[in-house]
Design a protein around this ligand. Structure first.
Ligand SMILES: Cc1cc2nc3c(=O)[nH]c(=O)nc-3n(C[C@H](O)[C@H](O)[C@H](O)COP(=O)(O)OP(=O)(O)OC[C@H]3O[C@@H](n4cnc5c(N)ncnc54)[C@H](O)[C@@H]3O)c2cc1C
Length: 307
């Protein structure tokens, strides 16, 4: 096939590890930054013409990229698509806005409802896809609408009811990109909201490792009665996984459900470690853990993994 003519800003063979918090994985066949809704729509249209699959990276804080790379076009939202704007009790932002920054802006403005986002190191778009949550806060409770750019070139506005939120999932289809979102919050005392954020940060610091290369929780907390209410981290710990290593990947010594890249971990190392942790938990408790981390590209998860 003759080489493609690339639109301005589209880069071939672009390494993706640096866009992930675990710092692993290969390159995107094509990579581009989308600074506006128009640019995003144009990139989606080019991908459609060229029959390329479209992927999106947010902060890469829940992402495992295939070592052999990702076919198609991978997009990162920036500039206008990462802005945060206040409008009375409402906050409108780009899908690339960082959730802790949105939480801090809300606190500054004396608005309550997004405090739970302070410790979630992802973007608004990633949070919508993952139905991110912490400390009992809930995205759906404050989310008004999202604007989604679809692979066939539509721009849809969707309400939380239309997003099919369930535990760590939404019904966004592959290639659908959250370009914008709006939240409606409750007025509150700014000092009180800020104090809540500080308390949440302190609580998180005590419970989870910081300053490591990780994608946060590896497995979802199971609802299997055999888990007897234990979290994925508690099960992994009881099955002897804390500190377990494969290549450059290790289950954190501080939190057994966090995989840490101790140096040069490949995605294959991480998947092998996850598979061993999952095997041990199944053998010991009969509980089958389900991965929370999302794959970009052909990550070789074992065939029986429900994801
Ligand atoms: C230290 C640490 C702590 C964490 N704590 C929490 C926590 O308390 N609660 C929690 O829920 N999660 C937590 N996470 C996981 C992670 O931060 C969330 O899942 C977050 O919502 C992912 O957002 P992201 O922008 O990083 O998405 P990415 O990791 O970049 O991508 C995740 C998925 O979302 C898709 N995506 C990204 N942007 C968009 C977009 N604009 N439109 C459509 N799809 C998109 C990607 O294609 C991929 O499928 C933690 C992670 C870390 C590293």
């Amino acid at each position: 096939m003759p080489p493609r003519t690339l639109p301005e800003g589209v880069v071939p063979d672009h390494p993706l590890a640096r866009y992930t918090t675990v710092r692993a994985g290969g390159a995107a066949e094509y990579f581009a930054r989308a600074p506006s809704e128009a640019a995003l729509a144009a990139l989606a249209a080019w991908a459609r013409e060229e029959a390329l699959e479209v992927g999106v990276v947010g902060s890469g804080s829940n992402l495992l990229v295939a070592d052999e790379g990702v076919r198609g076009l991978v997009i990162k939202l920036e500039k206008d698509l990462s802005q945060i704007e206040l409008d009375g009790h409402r906050i409108r932002c780009g899908g690339g806005a960082r959730l802790p920054a949105v939480a801090a802006k809300a606190a500054q403005a004396g608005l309550s409802g997004l405090e739970f986002g302070v410790n979630i190191p992802g973007t608004v778009g990633g949070a919508v896809r993952m139905n991110a949550n912490a400390y009992g806060g809930e995205l759906a409770r404050v989310l008004d609408w999202v604007k989604v750019v679809t692979p066939d070139g539509r721009i849809d506005e969707r309400t939380p009811e239309e997003l099919g939120f369930a535990y760590r999932r939404s019904n966004l289809a592959p290639g659908e990109i959250v370009a914008r979102a709006a939240f409606t919050l409750e007025p509150a005392q700014s000092a009180e909201v800020k104090a809540t954020l500080a308390a949440m940060r302190a609580r998180r610091k005590a419970a989870q490792p910081s300053g490591i290369k990780t994608f946060g929780s590896t497995f979802k907390n199971p609802d299997d009665p055999r888990a007897e209410g234990r979290t994925a981290g508690q099960l992994l710990d009881a099955a002897g996984c804390r500190g377990l290593e494969v290549g450059g990947a290790r289950f954190s010594l501080k939190h057994a459900n966090f995989v840490e890249n101790t140096g040069e971990a490949t995605t294959a190392d991480i998947v092998a470690l996850m598979a061993e942790g999952r095997r041990r938990v199944r053998e010991r408790f009969g509980v089958t853990l389900e991965a929370e981390v999302q794959a970009l590209g052909p990550v070789a998860f074992p065939a029986d993994w429900e994801r």
